[in-house]
Design a protein around this ligand. Structure first.
Ligand code: ATP
Length: 324
């Protein structure tokens, strides 16, 4: 393996043209193991208490140096490619503060369902912050990166280090948590979107019959207990989402039925429903039963620290440039 690496490095150094520095990284999605709304804050925001968990489902974000401007490409046609895209905003934010970022080309291979409650836009933005930091040697460090992330959106700070964390306020005040035991997930994305604003606004008009058990969930993560974590999970936004879209409640019941074991919990402000399993086999069984063409179904699992540490895919150009 080492010999292969040396050969590759030699090939790069011998190449005549100067390599165009670029970097690719995996931008991981998140789910919420618990999500509680504690009240309203100034500015109409809701104060949250939520356990975020990163999952092994990712977009690929590639950044390449250009002379000027911010250019965005994406394989999903419905996504905006200008200033409305959160990845574009992330590049602009850093470019304003760091003139060394002359121009940048960003390419997103979208695998995370859009407008699904899985923080797809937020994680692309976080990836751009991390990627530009690496590409232009900004050496921002965790604190500075988090400050930029917070300016882009309340889910973006978690997406910088998406393992497990307790999020408070709008979700941007983070406290790292142990990852708990590995879980297999089946993600079911209904064929409609739900507006985050509408879900929160409607919350005051519904009764919340069940709240997640935060202390139980924290203890379960600490002890790595799948059973206890399942008992403690929950998302109060389901009350609002299910009232607005009753089909969701039906699907949650149906999903929990056939294979058994873990619970089904909506991700963030939905509408994706997440079924939890302690074994791959059971998760595969459910995914097969709910598979295409009726549903948008994805099999996934919780993200490990090792997987997160390997999120940078160093291209030959980057390796050559950095001499790594
Ligand atoms: P969150 O869980 O953070 O609330 P989400 O998963 O519900 O986010 P996104 O996938 O981020 O939702 O998409 C929400 C909206 O943001 C979409 O309507 C989309 O047009 C817009 N958007 C902007 N940039 C992106 C991006 N890079 N990827 C996906 N959506 C984006």
């Amino acid at each position: 393996e080492y010999a292969a690496l040396l050969r590759r490095r030699k090939a790069i150094t011998e190449r005549k043209e100067a390599p165009m520095p670029k970097v690719t990284l995996k931008a991981f999605a998140k789910i919420n193991l618990t999500l509680d709304v504690l009240g309203e804050m100034a500015g109409g925001y809701h104060s949250l208490e939520t356990i975020f968990r990163g999952i092994h489902l990712y977009d690929l974000v590639t950044m390449e140096k250009k002379d000027r401007g911010i250019h965005l490409e994406c394989d999903k046609e419905e996504l905006p490619l200008g200033p409305e895209n959160l990845a574009w905003q992330a590049a602009e934010l850093l470019q304003k503060d760091f003139p060394v970022i002359g121009g940048i080309n960003i390419k997103i291979v979208k695998r995370i369902p859009v407008a699904a409650g899985l923080a797809g836009g937020s994680t692309d933005a976080a990836a751009v912050l991390l990627g530009l930091d690496r590409l232009f040697h900004l050496q921002l460090g965790r604190q500075k990166l988090s400050e930029y992330a917070e300016r882009l959106g309340s889910d973006v700070p978690f997406c910088l280090y998406p393992l497990a964390a307790l999020g408070r306020s709008r979700g941007e005040l983070l406290e790292e948590l142990p990852e708990g035991s590995e879980m297999w997930l089946v993600l079911v994305k209904p064929p409609f979107g739900l507006s985050t604003g509408e879900i929160f606004d409607h919350l005051s008009q519904v009764e919340i019959s069940r709240r997640p058990d935060l202390s139980g969930a924290l203890k379960a993560l600490e002890e790595g207990s799948f059973g206890e974590l399942c008992a403690a999970m929950g998302n109060v936004l389901e009350a609002s989402a299910f009232d607005l879209q009753p089909k969701l409640a039906e699907w949650k019941r149906d999903l929990a039925g056939p294979v058994g074991t873990g619970p089904v919990v909506m991700a963030g402000s939905g509408p994706t429903l997440v079924a939890f399993f302690d074994s791959e086999e059971k998760a595969r069984q459910l995914a097969a039963q709910w598979g295409q063409p009726r549903w948008d179904v994805l099999l996934s699992k919780t993200l490990t620290r090792q997987e997160l540490e390997k999120r940078f895919i160093l291209t030959e150009e980057t390796e050559g440039e950095r001499g790594e």
